[in-house]
Design a binder for this molecule. Structure first.
Ligand SMILES: [Zn+2]
Length: 116
């Protein structure tokens, strides 16, 4: 596995994530499509928030199971917290916010979140 760093635009929110960056998910739900997310899921233990916890604004909608976390200063949502199907904590990383990762070089899988 590789360690990636990432965060919001202004630099208040910074994190690192250990993962193999395989295909990433583009979801067409009402929220993801507006924000233009490319998402990658990791178990919460592979994600470490380095700074910015106090600067995060939480937004939940629909089932309210996912905490969408936006930087209060620059408005960028660089990650979200949720659960896997088995209830274990997971983090959804916005791949567009990872340092040095070219989203156009990744395989993108469409996810039909709109139908859920
Ligand atoms: Zn910020």
């Amino acid at each position: 596995m590789k360690t990636y760093t990432g965060g919001c635009h202004c630099g208040a929110v910074r994190y690192e994530v250990e993962t193999e960056l395989g295909p990433v998910m583009e979801c067409n739900c009402s929220h993801c499509s507006k924000k233009g997310f490319l998402l990658h899921f990791v178990p919460a233990g592979q994600f470490r928030l380095l700074s910015g916890e106090q600067n995060l604004t939480e937004y939940r909608f629909n089932t309210k199971r996912i905490a969408h976390l936006t930087c209060a200063t620059c408005g960028v949502e660089s990650f979200a917290r949720g659960q896997n199907r088995d209830g274990t904590p997971a983090v959804m990383v916005n791949v567009r916010c990872l340092d040095g990762v070219d989203p156009h070089a990744l395989t993108i899988r469409q996810f039909n979140g709109r139908s859920l």
